[in-house]
Design a protein around this ligand. Structure first.
Ligand code: AMP
Ligand code: MG
Length: 417
């Protein structure tokens, strides 16, 4: 894969939309597929459409426990009572309905030929130990029957290729008789964290050291997307170590993600290392937190580098790496966060230059209307802000803002599923 110069060159400031568009233009779905039992494909991307070989429902059936009758027969009987001529539990075969009689019927049982309605049992009175039934006076035809093919016609596609298989999709596949599905192979993503200051949790902290939280964050974020992770660990702030990690990741994985070391400081080795092995664009995206975002390729394998600050990593992953990964996984259409329109619970007297993705949570405001409360600090090192928040409020650039004005909120539930 190559990234064209001229579009988002190294000094350009890109809007979030432009950066995402550029990024997605370079995402190619992985080609391998595998056929697996339905029980093993939760969260995977369907590689071929699934169609219904039969009508759904396959035959007319009752939506209620009750009595199947021909509506017109009831009015013919002065006391609205009919003999019960057969009993049809679910899973049995129905005989044609004898004219002028009722059939005891249960939910999911086939409606007998000749019946045109089912009367719910609560509206009926069983007589003579169930040998007869008294029906209401006003029985009308066409009730409580699920007609053959009313949900799906034989031959119709029920799941298109590219569907991410959530529980409801698996149930639909099963309902048309499928025991397995052809899915794209899992995406393998290499990760590493740059920084001489990093120590793995579980070890004591030395002078000047901090714990590596990004490794855990990467694992968990990639887990929500069902990726396989190739963990390259902590990479020292040297050109050699950075090149070695990049080369290994590029060779063994479909995508390489890195945190830290992507700025243009003396200790930031990711940019020159990627440039030595492939090519790189460092995008200044007009957003907070999160810039810069490094995107490129190493020996043909795409590379995304995020700032080391954990909150920046979290936000850039959700906004950029996640949709990129979805496209590489073969998800179609990808699920860009739609967000919800809600009301700001804060003022912004001075306009911001870059769009802000503020760590926020929804609280119930005046008149029971959900309102966005923003986290006090904007520090992108402060991970606890993300556990305080339950989403990101989008604060538009170049304008002031008053409490009570409409605002878009991206719930974490949407970004992390
Ligand atoms: P960098 O992008 O390398 O300049 O790092 C920016 C900030 O993020 C610095 O304060 C780093 O110490 C911090 N940081 C970098 N990598 C990690 C990591 N894996 N876990 C936690 N903090 C990190
Ligand atoms: Mg660093």
């Amino acid at each position: 894969m190559s990234v064209a110069h001229g579009c988002g060159g190294n000094d350009a400031v890109l809007s979030v939309e432009a950066a995402l568009e550029l990024l997605l233009a370079h995402a190619r779905p992985v080609q391998g597929t595998e056929r697996l039992p339905l029980g093993a494909v939760l969260g995977r991307m369907l590689a071929e459409p699934i169609s219904a070989p039969v009508d759904l429902p396959p035959w007319d059936n009752s939506a209620m426990d009750g009595y199947a009758v021909r509506g017109a027969d009831v009015a013919d009987h002065p006391d609205h009572s009919l003999a019960v001529s057969q009993r049809i539990p679910a899973g049995s075969r129905a005989q044609p309905l004898e004219p002028g009689t009722a059939a005891r019927i249960f939910t999911g049982a086939p409606v007998p030929a000749g019946a045109d309605t089912v009367v719910v049992q609560e509206a009926c009175e069983a007589l003579d130990d169930g040998a007869r039934v008294r029906l209401p006076a006003d029985v009308t035809s066409g009730h409580n029957i699920r007609y053959q093919g009313e949900q799906v016609r034989a031959g119709a596609e029920v799941l298109p290729a590219g569907t991410r298989l959530d529980p409801q999709h698996l149930a639909v596949a099963a309902s048309v008789g499928r025991a397995d599905a052809l899915v794209r192979r899992r995406l393998k993503v290499a990760i590493f964290a740059s920084g001489d200051e990093l120590v793995e949790p579980g070890h004591p902290l030395g002078d000047g050291q901090i714990y590596n939280s990004n490794r855990t964050l990467f694992h968990a974020l990639l887990g929500t997307l069902g990726c396989e992770v190739l963990d390259l660990g902590i990479v020292a702030d040297t050109p050699e170590a950075t090149r070695a990690a990049l080369a290994r990741g590029a060779e063994q994985a479909d995508l390489v993600l890195a945190s830290g070391g992507v700025s243009v400081g003396e200790e930031d080795h990711v940019r020159p290392a990627v440039e030595a092995l492939g090519r790189l664009d460092l995008w200044r995206v007009a957003m907070r937190p999160g810039r810069p975002l490094a995107f490129g390729q190493v020996a043909g394998t795409p590379f995304i580098g995020s700032p080391g600050n954990p909150v920046s990593l979290f936000v850039t992953f959700c906004l950029f790496a996640r949709p990129f990964i979805q496209r590489m996984q073969g998800m179609e259409p990808i699920r860009l966060p739609r967000g919800i329109r809600t009301l700001a619970g804060f003022d912004l007297p001075k306009p911001v230059k870059r769009r802000e993705y503020r760590r926020s949570r929804l609280v119930t405001g005046a008149g029971d209307i959900p309102t966005v409360e923003a986290y006090a600090s904007n520090s992108s090192a402060d991970l606890t802000s993300l556990t305080w928040a339950d989403g990101l409020a989008i604060v538009p650039e170049h304008r002031t803002f008053n409490a009570g004005e409409p605002l878009t909120f991206l719930p974490f539930s949407e970004l992390l599923s």
